[in-house]
Design a protein around this ligand. Structure first.
Ligand code: SF4
Length: 323
C-alpha cells in the first residue's frame, strides 16, 4: 500500500484551514502534573523527562518573554498565522482562574507583540496538551469560551491502551481517555491523542498485538488527530534505569517503521497526523540513536527506499545505524 496516500499531514491541514502556512509557538506555561506533585504520584510516567517532555522550551522565561523570544527569532518570518501551543506537563491542571489567567496572558502577549513588531501576524488557534484525568466540565467550558475567536485543540496523552496494571505509572486509564474525549467533543473541541510505539512492559517491550489493540482503541474514539513516535529513553527517568539493567531495549528503526506503517494504514484516513517522529534533544537522549534522525523515518515511511534498500545501506551508512 502507498502509505503517503493515507497520510493527512498537519501542515497541509492547517494551510487548507487557515489559508496559509501556520506555525506553532511552543510555551511552558508553568504548570505541573498530578503525576509529579504527589496528587497521583511523585514519580511521573516511566518515560517522562524532568521537564515534562518540554526540553526545547525556554522554561526559565515568563510566558511573555517566551513569545517575545519567538517574535525576535527567524521563525516569525516563516508564517503569518500562529497557534499558541501549551506543550509540557499538564496544561489544564490547576484552578480554573489560574488556567484562564495563563491562557489569557499568552494570548495578550501575542497580540501586544504582533502590534509592536508587525501588523500582519495573526493568532488562529490555541493547542493545549494535557492528561485525560485533568479534563472536566468546567475546564471544557473555559476552553469552549475561546472557540469563538480561535480554533481550540486539546492534546491528550494516551501512549497505549494496554496499561491495565499501570506499569507505565501513567495513573490514568482508558476510561479516563473516553470520558475526556466525550466531554471535549460535546463542545466541538478537536482532540489529538499522543501515542508511543514500543513501550516497555513488565516482560520487556509491547508486542505487535498490543499495538493492534491500541490502534483499535484509537479507532473507537471520536478524535481528529494523532501524534505518534517511538518510545525513547532519556536521562533521569525510570526507563533509563530499566534500559541500563537490560530490562528494556527500544525498537530499532526497522521495527518502528513496520509498526508505524501498521498504525498509519489501520487508523481512519481522516485523522490528521501531527507527528511520526520523536524529538528528544541529543544531550538527554540515551537510546535509540536513530531517534534524532527524523529524515530516516520520513524516508522510510514514504517508501522512497524499500526495506531492501535500507538494509543494503543505500540510504543508511550501515546496518548498525538502524539499531
Ligand atoms: S502525564 Fe505527562 S507530564 Fe505527567 S508524568 Fe506523565 S508524561 Fe510526564
Amino acid at each position: 500500500m502507498d502509505i503517503s496516500s493515507r497520510i493527512n499531514y498537519v501542515n497541509k491541514y492547517l494551510k487548507d484551514k487557515f489559508g496559509e502556512r501556520t506555525l506553532k509557538i511552543c510555551i511552558d506555561a508553568g504548570f505541573t502534573c498530578p503525576n509529579r506533585d504527589g496528587s497521583k504520584s511523585f514519580d511521573g510516567c516511566i518515560f517522562c523527562s524532568e521537564n515534562g517532555s518540554g526540553e526545547h522550551l525556554k522554561s526559565n522565561l515568563t510566558i511573555y518573554s517566551q513569545i517575545d523570544s519567538f517574535f525576535k527569532s527567524y521563525k516569525i518570518e516563516r508564517a503569518n498565522a500562529f497557534i499558541l501551543y501549551f506543550q509540557n506537563f499538564s496544561n489544564t491542571y490547576g484552578e480554573i482562574e489560574t488556567l484562564k489567567s495563563r491562557y489569557d496572558s499568552a494570548i495578550d502577549a501575542f497580540n501586544k507583540l504582533a502590534s509592536k513588531y508587525t501588523n500582519h501576524k495573526r493568532l488562529v488557534g490555541i493547542q493545549i496538551a494535557t492528561r485525560p484525568d485533568c479534563i472536566n466540565e468546567e475546564i471544557v467550558e473555559l476552553l469552549e469560551s475561546y472557540s469563538n475567536n480561535f480554533t481550540v485543540t486539546v492534546e491528550l496523552g494516551l501512549q497505549t491502551s494496554n496499561d491495565e496494571n499501570n506499569f507505565l505509572n501513567r495513573c490514568y486509564n482508558n476510561d479516563d481517555i473516553r470520558k475526556a474525549v466525550s466531554l471535549l467533543r460535546a463542545k466541538n473541541i478537536d482532540v489529538v491523542v499522543h501515542v508511543m510505539l514500543g513501550l516497555p512492559t513488565p516482560t520487556g517491550i509491547e508486542t505487535h498485538k498490543d499495538i493492534e489493540n491500541t490502534t483499535k482503541f484509537i479507532n473507537s474514539l471520536d478524535i481528529q488527530g494523532i501524534k505518534i513516535h517511538s518510545c525513547y529513553v532519556v536521562k533521569n527517568t525510570k526507563l533509563e534505569k530499566l534500559f541500563y539493567e537490560k530490562k528494556y531495549t527500544p525498537l530499532n528503526l526497522m521495527e518502528y517503521l513496520e509498526e508505524l506503517s501498521y498504525v498509519l494504514t489501520h487508523i481512519s484516513p481522516d485523522l490528521i497526523i501531527h507527528r511520526i517522529s520523536g524529538d528528544a534533544p541529543k544531550d538527554i537522549l540515551v537510546a535509540p540513536d536513530w531517534n534524532t534522525h527524523k529524515k530516516w523515518i520520513i524516508n522510510g515511511i514514504y517508501k522512497k527506499f524499500t526495506t531492501e534498500d535500507l538494509w543494503q545501506g543505500k540510504f543508511y551508512k550501515s546496518k548498525n545505524e538502524l539499531i
